[in-house]
Design a protein around this ligand. Structure first.
Ligand code: S3P
Length: 450
């Protein structure tokens, strides 16, 4: 599968029962950060379990362009020889972040307080996404930027030669923006303060502390106040990347809607800033158990056991839960199609600026499959058709969005007629083994002739 090559149409047909163990790859958010923070440390960081998806490989390539030595030593095993905070060299060529918003936004933040110039681009999806949410705060540090209309890539950032620290209230729930500001703050003197009104994934805070940065987090009436002391020497780490809950979502949800299924998805992080989907599914009546609960690397981890769940009912998902499951709404909307009653997803307008407009992409595809949906700018409602009730028989557009592609392929595993996606190529960005892993559990996929 290739994110940039010819489209790869693929269809899924009634499958199952799904059985067995689904070992999903490493966490994408943590993998990007492990490479980036390793590149800003002094000495050798050792990483195992790194997600070798295209998004993360693009970040590895970018770190080399900024001067770090990044070596692949075996499956999931990587070494990063860092250049230290403020040690980035000026890249010789344009940095292509492919499909990855996390990659480009975090790297822009990380270089914004070094006296170097870098130009960034990406694929058609990434070139359509807003970068003003990062260029606005990095301008406060003294960085300049020039991009296309609407703050789109390609874009050139001129890093601040004499950065000043900032105090910044993040205007939208975004871990990428929060992280970009913290990374910029690393090479500014004094204290940089970032405030988020709603808690988003906290991997940056946890990992910066692990690398030895002086960072503290306080819960106040204003929100989460994160204070970082600039210009630390980051110490290299040994990082074991946990398996990705956002990837686990696909085999878990497939098992819930596919008759007779019983699937174990081991070693999944249940960090509360990431596990909102599993809470929601349990509230809907999913047969989803947390087995062998334990703590690994300071994070709660469990083996997820998902079984066919014909009694799921639609619920109103609390909007305040959105940041902890923001990437999971596409697959939740598929599960909702097989539940009884309506599932209301409110407070989700950030979905409109992901790899695609995910509200539109899911609404159009589900409607084509015979499901009734309603959308507003900030909400999405799916009227469930009950177990096995989705007609299917449609071709859904994936808009260069991996999660849309995987969601519709899972939809087709329980629908009456097969569901086709116009391009499964983008799946490699986050879940390169999706197709063989799902087929091993009992999925029936076909690559269509173009
Ligand atoms: C991510 C943050 C989220 C998420 C993305 C990964 C991260 O984006 O959608 O897939 O690793 O920080 P936003 O921060 O823009 O919500």
């Amino acid at each position: 599968m290739s994110g940039h090559g010819d489209p790869i149409p693929m269809s899924a047909q009634k499958s199952g029962p799904l059985t067995g163990v689904a070992e999903v790859p490493g966490d994408k958010s943590i993998s990007h950060r492990a490479l980036l923070f390793g590149a800003m440390a002094v000495g050798e960081t050792r990483i195992s379990g790194l997600l070798e998806g295209q998004d993360v490989l693009d970040t590895a390539k970018a770190m080399r362009a900024f001067g770090a030595k990044v070596t692949h030593v075996g499956p999931g095993e990587w070494r990063v020889e860092g250049v230290g905070v403020g040690g980035f060299q000026e890249p010789e060529d344009v940095i292509d972040c492919g499909n990855s918003g996390t990659g480009v936004r975090l790297i822009m933040g990380a270089m914004a307080t070094s006296p170097i110039v870098a130009t960034f681009t990406g694929d058609a999806s990434l070139r359509g996404r807003p970068m003003g949410r990062v260029t606005d705060p990095i301008a406060l540090f003294g960085a300049q930027s020039v991009g296309r209309e609407g703050g789109r890539l390609p874009m050139t950032i001129v890093g601040a030669a004499q950065a000043v620290p900032v105090r910044y209230v993040v205007p939208m729930p975004s871990a990428q923006v929060k992280s970009a500001v913290l990374l910029a703050g690393l090479n500014a003197p004094g204290e940089t303060v970032v405030i988020e009104k709603e808690a988003t994934r906290d991997h940056t805070e946890r990992m910066l502390a692990g690398f030895g940065a002086d960072i503290r987090v306080e819960e106040t009436d204003e929100g989460r106040v994160i204070t970082l002391v600039g210009q630390p020497e980051l110490k290299p780490q040994t990082i074991v990347v946990p398996r990705d809950p956002s990837s686990a979502a696909f085999p878990v949800c497939a098992a819930l809607i596919t008759e007779g299924s019983d699937v174990l998805v081991p070693g999944i992080g249940l960090n509360p800033t990431r596990s909102g989907l599993f809470t929601t599914l349990r509230e809907m009546g999913a047969n989803l158990d947390y087995e062998n609960m334990r703590e690994e690397g300071g994070e709660p981890v469990a083996d997820l056991r998902a079984r066919y769940s014909p009694d799921m009912v639609g619920i109103a998902v609390p909007p305040e839960r959105a940041p902890s499951m923001i990437d999971e709404y596409p697959i939740l909307s598929v599960v909702a199609s097989y539940a009884k009653g309506a599932t209301v997803m409110d407070g989700v307008k950030e979905l409109r600026v992901k790899e695609s407009d995910r509200i539109d992409a899911m609404a159009l595809g589900l409607e084509a499959c015979g499901v009734t949906v309603e959308e507003t700018e900030d909400s999405f409602t799916v009227h469930g058709m009950g177990p096995g009730g989705v007609p299917g028989g449609a071709t859904c557009k994936t808009h260069l969005d991996h999660r849309i592609a995987m969601s519709f392929l899972i939809c087709g595993m329980a629908s009456q007629k097969p569901v086709t996606v116009d391009d499964a190529g983008p799946v490699v960005t986050s879940f390169p083994i999706f197709e063989p892993l799902m087929e091993k559990l009992g999925a029936t996929f076909h690559r269509e002739d173009v």
